[in-house]
Design a protein around this ligand. Sequence first.
Ligand code: HEC
Length: 107
Amino acid sequence: MHAPLHWPSGLALLVAAAAWPSTATAQDPLQARNLAATCANCHGTNGQARGDMKPLAGMSAEKMFAQVADFKSGAQPATVMHQIAKGYTDEQLKLIAGFFAVQQVKP
Ligand code: HEC
């Protein structure tokens, strides 16, 4: 029983991402990026849109926060985003929105 556990790296990342928000502080410069990474599954790496998903990269932070806050409150009906938005505090959502706002939109 000396063999180390070899988790698939994707799973380890997922666990790390899930554990991060509760331990990070607002002062941590990596926090926004780590929080935003959880959006990449659906919205693409760094918010670059994939397929018919809308890009988050380059969207103004105010606009994105307003949209996600509306999902969270239920003011904007959604298929999944209302559930996702509820997983974050408003402070975390502002960090995430700020992160995507400064991402370059790639052609
Ligand atoms: C499980 C897939 C999934 C994940 C993860 C996800 N989203 Fe979404 N997002 C969607 C879908 C689907 C929509 C379209 C609205 C709906 O039906 O929920 C959407 C819509 C949005 C919109 C509105 C875009 C527009 O122009 O109308 C924003 C902003 C957004 N998501 C932000 C985020 C942020 C920020 C995160 C990470 C905290 C995130 N999403 C994580 C699937 C996802």
